[in-house]
Design a protein around this ligand. Structure first.
Ligand code: APR
Length: 259
């Protein structure tokens, strides 16, 4: 094959420890919008979020403080879209990669920037959610986990018993990533043989810097993305196309076709 699948498969076949980094592109074929898309038309209801909404308003502590009800409604809407979505063949192929690696005595650690829970739904188990989860809410004031969050009435935000506004368990711009997740990522990157980046624009740190760590460690690097990104010219193998098509093909070449 001339599109790089064979070259990527050769690297994976030799690997013992794989790290996969995913971004919003892997969930695009499940019907969820990405954040950035150079060609996006803002009037398209499915266009990338940051062409339709202001990230400073929706994804910062300051934006939440200024209008908690607006931000709550936006995440509740996204959560409902995520709950209605199903894992696509890209998620399923990544879950297969973990199973197959473990079967042959290796490992596959998944670092995801996605907050939609679709990797878990697809069966991935060794998953570290770098940016948290949209499915877990907590009080912004006292930290108590919130269950059964409902849409805030009018402009009043949904609150905790303590009176603090409830917030989604995601990491906003300007916030620190969870220490335990960062530590797990650092350990996995430090030991990996293959680093596979899937469906991320590779512009948001720290995830955008993971490839450097993996390369410094001597790992082979592979990218699967529909479009070129800042890391495309750095990787050993670049597979350009949809992850829901390329990843199942790649797994079939490495581990054998499934019915
Ligand atoms: N298959 C593969 N790649 C795809 C597909 C697809 N079907 N569809 C889109 N892509 C690519 C896009 O070309 C783009 O490079 O996926 C990438 C998605 O990039 P972003 O929207 O920037 O998503 P991500 O990299 O996850 O963003 C990182 O930014 O705003 C924050 O917190 C948010 O976690 C997010 C972070």
């Amino acid at each position: 094959m001339s599109d790089g699948v064979d070259a990527a498969a050769a690297r994976l076949r030799e690997a013992t420890r794989v790290v996969v980094l995913t971004g919003a592109g892997v969930s695009a074929e499940s019907g969820l919008a990405t954040f950035r898309d150079p060609g996006a038309d803002p009037s398209d209801p499915d266009a990338a979020y940051w062409s339709r909404y202001d990230p400073m308003q929706m994804a910062t502590p300051e934006g939440f403080h200024a209008n908690p009800a607006l931000v709550q409604r936006w995440y509740l809407w996204r959560m409902s879209r995520g709950e209605a979505a199903a894992p696509n063949p890209g998620h399923i192929a990544i879950a297969r990669l973990e199973r197959e690696m473990e079967r042959r005595g290796g490992s596959c650690t998944l670092l995801t920037q996605n907050v939609d829970g679709l990797h878990h739904a697809a069966g991935s188990r060794r998953v570290h959610e770098l940016h948290g989860s949209i499915l877990r809410w907590r009080c912004a004031r006292c930290g108590t986990p919130a269950t059964d969050i409902e849409g805030p009435p009018d402009d009043a935000p949904a609150t905790c018993r303590c009176g603090g506004a409830l917030r989604p368990g995601v990491v906003w711009f300007g916030e620190a990533l969870p220490q335990d997740v960062l530590a797990a990522a650092a350990e996995a990157l430090d030991r990996c043989d293959v680093f596979l980046s899937v469906g991320t624009s590779a512009v948001v740190f720290p995830a955008a810097g993971f490839i450097e760590t993996a390369r410094a460690r001597g790992a082979s690097t592979i990218e699967v993305n529909r479009d070129p990104t800042p890391i495309t010219s750095m990787v050993d193998v670049s597979l350009q196309g949809r992850s829901g098509e390329l990843l199942p093909r790649l797994m079939d070449v490495v581990f054998g076709a499934t019915d």
